[in-house]
Design a protein around this ligand. Structure first.
Ligand code: ASP
Length: 433
């Protein structure tokens, strides 16, 4: 008799649960050294393999997707909608964060002793981040625009943080394919079609390894429960904001603008959410987010290949909430009352910061330095929240990729590029075994 196989997504969930248990009991059992030497490397291998495929995936699928468009005006229409929706959700996210932190006021609950000890323990970790943030900040106002256009393709492709440059080149290449002589372009088109199929199949191969990778990543995280307790009201404030985004804002948007049922949407992108949670990187998760969007949600490649890589780089709703809450929390902890004008400055700088933040672990914290400085707060105040940044980063990254996928569903619906009928049951597709 044939026994029923456990679907891959269930195995990933089991890996996640076991990893969390291992990670939390690690030091109590005296297994920190063992975990570091014998378990952590498997997590690193997993993240490396996801990152390895990210740049080829963006190039191949974006060129393929753009060159499939019937004309260039469709691309600019999709682009306009995408960027408009990304801005809208980002501003909404920061506003939710700001409203919550002003109501809950977690910074006022932190005792002076706790604040001083956090300050002492984490101040030294900050120097590097402050230098990194300043190098971004010192550039002129149009520098972000300049940065999008690479001066060398290979330099751009050799660094995973240059995603916007890769996106720029791929769109240019795809547009040129639409404009060039059809007959001559045909072999190039066939090449990208085939390469796309190969890359997607590599993603499937990597995902088979996901349960072990996710286990190893979570098992080797060191989370200090003691410190989490001290910062629990602040952490809960961030989590509440993230939950509002996830369980109120996205379902409402999807209900109004699509026919997608939220339960099915979540079921479809669950593997990507778990990966985002385990890796804390939207960029590393991108290959799986795209796979889930196309296969499980029925979003066309034309839309997903454009909307999702762009979203991984510029749309970070989870990060935005975190920026708003954290900036005001730090001000409250130092006994500074921010005026409405200052809070609006936070809103504006946080929009830019979340756009500018790289889709990698801890990027949000670096950009927060710019937000703090915009209202004259000492960036050393970050020391107060560094201790709990990793778990919050895991959660906000999961929200980041959920926001990207929700916008992709809306854009696809409006373009008639969402075909629920072709969407597979998640338990039989990317999650298949
Ligand atoms: N880790 C986040 C991401 O990759 C960015 C951040 O908020 O730090 O989406």
């Amino acid at each position: 008799m044939k026994t029923k196989k456990i679907p891959l997504y269930a195995k990933i969930l089991i890996g996640m649960a076991l990893g969390l248990i291992w990670g939390l009991s690690n030091s109590a059992l005296g297994l920190t050294g063992f975990t570091h030497n014998w378990i952590k490397p498997f997590g690193t291998i997993f993240i490396n393999s996801l990152k390895l495929i990210a740049v080829p995936l963006i190039i191949v699928s974006l060129v393929d997707g753009v060159s499939n468009l019937s004309d260039v005006s469709k691309l600019s229409r999709i682009g306009g909608k995408t960027i408009g929706l990304y801005m809208f959700t980002t501003v909404l996210a920061i506003s939710i964060g700001l409203v919550l932190v002003n109501i809950i006021e977690p910074g006022k609950l932190l005792s002076a002793e706790r604040r001083d000890s956090l300050h002492k323990n984490f101040a030294s970790d900050l120097k590097q981040s402050i230098t990194a943030a300043h190098s971004t900040h010192d550039a002129g106002p149009l520098q972000p625009l300049v940065n999008i256009v690479p001066d060398n393709f290979f330099n751009a492709a050799s660094d995973n943080t240059n995603m916007l440059q890769i996106i720029f080149f791929s769109i240019l290449f795809g547009v040129a394919m639409i404009l060039a002589n059809k007959e001559k372009v045909q072999p190039v088109k066939s090449f990208f079609d085939g390469a796309n199929a190969v890359i997607l199949s590599i993603v499937d191969i990597i995902m088979r390894y996901a349960p072990i990778g996710v286990f190893a990543l979570l098992a080797s995280l060191s989370i200090d429960l003691e410190l989490m307790k001290a910062l629990s009201v602040y952490s809960l404030n961030v989590v509440l904001g993230l939950a509002i985004m996830m369980f109120a804002v996205y379902p409402t948007l999807l209900k109004f603008f699509t026919k997608v049922k939220y339960k099915e949407f979540i079921r479809g992108i669950l593997p990507a959410q778990i990966l985002a949670f385990s890796t804390s990187s939207s960029a590393a998760t991108l290959p799986v987010t795209m796979d889930c969007a196309e296969k499980n949600l029925g979003i066309s490649e034309e839309v997903s290949s454009f909307v999702l890589p762009l979203g991984a780089t510029i749309n970070m709703d989870g990060t935005s909430i975190h920026q708003g809450v954290s900036a005001v929390f730090i001000a409250q902890a130092f006994g500074i009352d921010l005026t409405l004008g200052q809070q609006l400055t936070i809103l504006m700088t946080a929009v830019l910061a979340s756009i500018g933040a790289a889709a990698v672990p801890g990027a949000g914290i670096i950009m927060l330095i710019i937000v703090l400085e915009s209202v004259g707060l000492d960036p050393a105040g970050l020391a107060l929240i560094l201790a709990v940044d990793r778990p919050l980063d895991m959660l906000r990254t999961a929200v980041n990729i959920t926001g990207d996928s929700a916008v992709a569903s809306i854009v696809a619906t409006s373009e008639n590029e969402l075909n629920i009928a072709t969407a597979n049951d998640p338990t039989t597709n990317i999650n298949k075994d």
